[in-house]
Design a protein around this ligand. Structure first.
Ligand code: FAD
Length: 494
């Protein structure tokens, strides 16, 4: 009597594979389509989901609801306090609606995969069909293999295989049509659902009213906003992306990760649209900005393939086991200084303050602060990974875990452990005029010239002190030697 689409991190109508399949199934059976979304406080807690991210999801649902209503499709948002109960609560609802088919898009984290297999089993017991499909990635995990038939663990050959695979299967970039309109009877039948409103954030993930206003204005939600953002980037910025992407003050990246994470934009849509802007009509070659941007989007797929193939990365283990035995410092004061952006290293502090204010940080800065935490401060990278998840509005397990593993040298295809960023050189190279630093570190906004990169060493000590900007909490050279020694000893212990 009904077909259900279970929304997860795919909060859009456009180009949504499972939603499209659900709608086609409903039409073929002359049944209405019903959509649902689960809010689980325990799930948010377990995944360290940032309150700002929860807020973004709920606002995206608010944006989705009227679009569904126009098609006479109801949206039921259900709060399930205990995550273990999610499958049975979904099934209970389906029984109530007499639904005999549930569709959803697959999530690749280990808990979610387990939940999917539990759903399959429980649905089977109740005679309900359950279809979970690949949608979050452009190429499904498991499709790309090395010459020896194994999963790639190095990005460059994987990327070449990814490009070749899509060129061989251009249909992977085809659009899935939006769902069809429900039969008129759906309005009456699901009257209660149409009258329900989207719940507010659970108690453990509430923002203060100041934060709510701030995040709402910085991160307008929903798929229409995502589409507009993408169009603007493709028209105005992508051409120069390759040359400008590393400069945090340049405002030259798409700032679209939040939409890819919540699924208000499909990676497939982003790649397809970028490809059609390229003169070659391909993923590589042609405009360097376009092919460069597509290759960054590919990193997102890469890390999801890694996650799906090596689920232990979800279990607090380093991808490279030989890095299990590094002796970390557990210096609470240093960790707090890093979190709060008061390490005395202006580029690090600017970046952490951007994160704390916006729930977002530029990619170059993510690498700088991750290297600083894991190598200069020798603090366990997992503490940084967790802090990021707790604060990022675009928090995504695979990309975050991959990024931390890369910078801390413990992950898949990482920086070699002896490559240790010098924060001062990074600062001078990627924020040459100090604009990014002055924007985020108010104590240094009036510092002229090069002194902004290292105020205590470059003659503005008095001004920095008066404004309350801290001295560097560590000395890079000393830390560098310590990290080299510790990593080396850790590896020998393996
Ligand atoms: P653009 O430069 O415009 O790139 C377009 C898209 O490509 C991004 O939106 C993103 O989906 C993808 N992408 C770009 N670079 C990467 C990358 N290195 N790895 C994976 N995907 C990439 N990204 C997240 O979405 N969520 C995270 O939780 C996250 N944590 C990170 C943690 C660390 C330590 C590091 C080094 C990187 C992390 N990234 C994460 C990747 C990257 O920093 C962001 O995706 C990017 O900064 C988002 O800005 P943008 O949309 O303007 O990116």
């Amino acid at each position: 009597e009904a077909v259900v689409h279970w929304f997860k991190r795919d909060l859009r109508l456009a180009d949504n594979r499972a939603l499209h399949l659900a709608s086609e199934k409903a039409k073929s059976k002359s049944m209405p389509l019903v959509c649902m979304f689960i809010v689980s406080p325990q799930d948010y807690q377990a995944h360290c989901t940032a309150a700002a991210r929860v807020d973004f999801e709920l606002r995206s649902l608010e944006a989705l609801k009227p679009d569904l209503e126009e098609l006479d499709i109801p949206l039921h948002v259900m709060v399930v306090p205990k995550r273990k109960e999610i499958p049975e609560k979904i099934i209970e609802k389906c029984m109530e609606w007499k639904a005999n088919h549930i569709f959803c898009n697959i999530e690749y984290e280990v808990d979610e995969l387990r939940r999917e297999s539990l759903m399959t089993q429980k649905c089977l017991e109740k005679g309900i069909n359950f279809t979970a499909v690949h949608d979050d990635v452009v190429v499904a995990p498991g499709q790309l293999k090395t010459g020896a038939g194994k999963q790639f663990s190095v990005y460059s050959p994987w990327y070449r295989a990814w490009v070749a695979h899509i060129h061989r299967h251009p249909e992977l970039l085809d659009t899935y049509e939006r769902p069809r309109k429900n039969p008129d009877s759906a309005r009456k039948k699901f009257k209660d659902l149409f009258e329900m409103s989207i719940p507010s954030a659970p108690e453990n993930k509430q923002l203060s009213s100041e934060e709510r206003t701030r995040f709402e204005s910085m991160w307008p939600a929903g798929e229409h906003e995502a589409e507009e953002r993408l169009q603007k980037f493709l028209q105005q910025k992508i051409g120069k992306y390759k040359d400008t992407r590393n400069f945090p003050a340049a405002n030259s990246t798409a700032v679209i990760s939040v939409h890819l994470s919540a699924g208000t934009l499909a990676a497939r849509t982003a790649v397809r649209m970028a490809r059609s802007a390229n003169s070659t009509q391909k993923l590589d070659g042609g405009n360097a900005g376009i092919s460069g941007w597509i290759s960054e989007l590919a990193w997102r797929d890469f890390y999801k393939h890694v996650l799906a193939h090596w689920p232990y990365v979800c279990m607090n283990k380093p991808f490279k086991f030989e890095y299990t035995n590094i002796e970390w410092e557990y210096n609470d004061e240093h960790f707090a200084a890093w979190c709060e952006g008061r390490t005395g290293f202006p580029i690090v502090d600017a970046a952490m303050r951007q994160l704390n204010h916006m729930g977002y940080m530029h990619n170059r800065c993510r690498m700088i602060v991750a290297s600083f935490l894991s190598k200069d401060l020798l603090i366990d990278w997992r503490m940084g990974e967790r802090y990021f998840m707790e604060h990022l509005v675009d928090g995504d397990f695979a990309s975050n875990n991959g990024g931390w593993g890369f910078s801390a040298s413990t992950g898949v295809d990482p920086q070699p452990y002896f490559r240790i960023f010098n924060p001062l050189l990074q600062s001078e190279k990627f924020d040459p005029k100090g604009e990014y630093i002055r924007r985020w570190v108010k104590e240094l906004e009036n510092v002229q010239g090069n002194a902004v990169h290292a105020p205590y060493e470059r003659g503005v000590e008095k001004m920095a002190k008066e404004k309350g900007y801290p001295r560097p909490i560590v000395e890079h050279k000393v830390c560098r030697d310590r990290a080299l020694a510790r990593y080396k000893t850790g590896l020998q212990r393996d």
